[in-house]
Design a binder for this molecule. Structure first.
Ligand code: PMP
Length: 444
């Protein structure tokens, strides 16, 4: 018990940070204690979570099947609609196969922890490989925590490369003796809003005989001419590509998936406990997702409004003296650095009826706090003007700032997320979230 007393005190459990209780969910307007607010930090990018068509699909699904699937698909829960949805997802991602998981987080945790262990798991059932395989992950240092946790659980070697630094990545690939190499990246970096250079990563994968695993949680439904995500954005196609998407953001539901060559998805279906040993999505949500894919395709005006708003916000922000971390996607983070200032600015904005998330350690490194602005199809010009006006009144908080300085690692002088103080980036990375939180706290 003592260790938990110590730990809970360290976390400040007696006065915990309570997230605000809301009365409704952002569409992007919502209410808190009966007062209206508008969110500039919601993943419901296209408003599909409350679209009449998705709501009708959920109602039809509940009427037909009830509210949940209490079984795994490997046991009694394998309704035909799951397979149909997987085929639809595969087609919409230009892949032959897809496999569904209950959440996006679980998709990364399950797939990344399983791929290097699949041979080992099959061995238990009598499989003998023709040779000894060894696995290594090469992961962008800003990747989402579900990626890092998945890789850690795999037991494979892990190398972290500097954010989008292809030279560093290639040095690590060259040095590695692993027989099976997997490069892993966010498609759109969730706290930074920039886009991974997928074609360059595929070129390196070709050269070093690797696979590329892309977590496109914030790109799915948002990037690309028809919402096909980062792969459509770059018109990238390769059998080396393992595409991961989440269904909880632009698609407004819950769940995650891998779309890839059938070899990958079917090995996961057989060997991944996070697929086989857990209940899957409720059937009504599978029907919602199928409809959400149609909504993204048939209602392009949603994506049009999202991108018009993105461009308008970026243009208006050029009038102010803030540093924007990136301006390429609907995630446009405003750099503050100092945690207290970020909280202060978020609070000041909230007092004006606008919700923005202050992103701070442990989601980003210490002294890298920012306001993560996420544009939305449902924002009106007047909402954006109001936010810009409020930001204008408080811009002293961001000083000293320069306009439109993309927050590259070197320029801002922070040394990368979650890395222990003295761990070299190129070395095998053995961190866990907790270990690094503690190390980072000790440093502050
Ligand atoms: N990957 C990334 C990059 C994310 O931003 C998130 C959600 N914050 C996830 C995975 C997890 O997705 P979900 O919330 O759908 O489980």
């Amino acid at each position: 018990m003592n260790e938990f007393v110590e730990l809970a005190d360290w976390f400040g459990w007696r006065a915990p940070h309570e997230p605000e209780v809301v009365d409704s969910l952002p569409t992007p307007t919502f209410t808190v204690k009966d007062r209206p607010r508008i969110s500039f930090s919601t993943n419901n990018y296209l408003g599909i979570a409350t679209s009449p068509r998705t709501k009708a699909a959920a109602t039809r699904g509940i009427k037909a099947y009830g509210v949940g699937n209490s079984d795994s698909r490997l046991l009694g829960g394998n309704l035909a609609l799951y397979g149909e949805l997987e085929r639809k997802i595969a087609r919409s991602n230009g892949k032959s196969h897809a496999i569904l998981f209950a959440t996006g987080y679980l998709t990364n945790l399950g797939a990344l922890s399983t791929l290097p262990r699949a041979t080992q798991i099959a061995r238990v059932f009598g499989f003998t490989a023709s040779r000894e395989y060894s696995y290594a992950y090469f992961s962008d240092e800003y990747n989402h925590i579900s990626i890092r946790e998945g890789m850690r659980l795999s037991g494979a070697r892990r190398y972290s490369y500097h954010h989008v630094d292809l030279d560093h990545l290639e040095t690590l690939l060259r040095r590695s003796t692993a027989t099976s190499k997997i490069i892993v990246t966010d498609g759109v970096f969730s706290q930074d809003g920039d886009i991974a250079p997928i074609p360059d990563l595929l070129r390196l994968a070709e050269r070093w005989d690797a696979l590329v695993y892309v977590d496109d949680a914030h790109g799915t439904g948002v990037l690309g001419a028809s919402g096909g995500g980062v792969v459509e954005h770059f018109k990238a196609a390769s059998e080396r590509l393992i595409y991961m998407g989440t269904l909880s953001k632009a698609y407004g539901s819950i769940g995650g998936y891998i779309a890839a060559h059938g070899l990958i998805t079917e090995v996961l279906r057989m060997a991944c406990p996070a697929y086989g040993f857990t209940a899957t999505l409720p059937p009504d949500q599978a029907m919602v997702i199928s409809t959400a894919i149609d909504v993204v395709r048939d209602e392009p005006e949603r994506r049009q409004r999202l991108w018009d708003n993105q461009r308008y916000f970026v243009k208006r922000m050029a009038e102010l003296n803030y540093k924007l971390v990136a301006t390429e996607t609907p995630i446009v983070p405003i750099w503050l650095g100092d945690e207290a200032k970020a909280e202060q600015l978020a609070l000041a904005v909230r007092e004006e009826g606008i919700h923005v998330d202050a992103i701070r350690f442990p989601a980003v490194p210490i002294k890298s706090a920012r306001l993560r602005i996420q544009l939305n199809a449902g924002h009106r010009r007047a909402d954006i003007d109001h936010l810009v006006d409020v930001l204008r009144r408080h811009q002293h908080l961001a000083e000293p700032a320069r306009r439109f300085v993309a927050a590259s690692r070197d320029r801002l002088g922070y040394s990368g997320q979650w890395r222990p103080a003295n761990a070299p980036v190129c070395a095998e990375n053995s961190d866990s979230a907790m270990l690094v939180m503690k190390t980072a706290k000790n440093r502050s």
